[in-house]
Design a protein around this ligand. Sequence first.
Ligand code: ZN
Length: 273
Amino acid sequence: MPRLLAFTLLLCVSLGAQADSYITRLLNKPVPGGVAVIDLGNATQPPKALYDGKPVLVVREQQTWRAIVGLPLTVKPGQQTLSVGGQARSFTVGSKQYPEQRITLKNTRQVNPNPADIKRIDAELAEQLRAYRSFSPGTPSNLLLDKPVNGPLSSKFGVRRFFNGEERNPHSGLDFAVPAGTPIKTPANGKVILVGNYFFNGNTVFVDHGQGFISMFCHMSKIDVKVGDNLTRGNVVGRVGATGRATGPHMHWNVSLNDARVDPAIFIGAFQP
Ligand code: ZN
């Protein structure tokens, strides 16, 4: 082969590897409720990255470290900063419009809880936030996740919700329309870090996939795991139900990165800009 052609081919291959990162192409959706994939170079040791003071998932792809940053729905479009080994790295977040949904609940206590309910809700929220903020060192078995159930999507992530006409928190996860009793499978390996029966979420399981990458499943009719269980991708965590604030049986799945709830659709290749 002529030397120039060989050199050109080599250059194309290395440029291709740089520009065409599999992870970036599939997961980089830098919008509120999305994910920013940031190239951190090729140091021997993984760089430590913090976003909003919280540790961020860092993975190696080919020779390059990449930060997989979760962007909460509340993030303001524009310039954001990632701290990498103490140095500021800026990146840009775009905007995204989320639709509205109006829901009628017969149980008005689920819209306007009484003082005893509020006490319970606050304690449960704190417990769940602690789980979302936990950070274990292991690298996730897979970043592209399996669907926890097979079925059509019924409510998208980020939808602004009005219960009996009153605005409440936007939808923090993705709903699948599947019958009660359907087994829910963990979309990646992980450890069960929290199990509970909560006022809004009903029967709930948190699975830590590693480095702050966490799945939460709720409204379950039955929980099949306990705290401390080590799960392999595909293991059943519980069954679909309608416990907590739910209008009927469905599977609700949250995905969290660095304590930011992000659109699970990104990880199953179903994200719509
Ligand atoms: Zn839901």
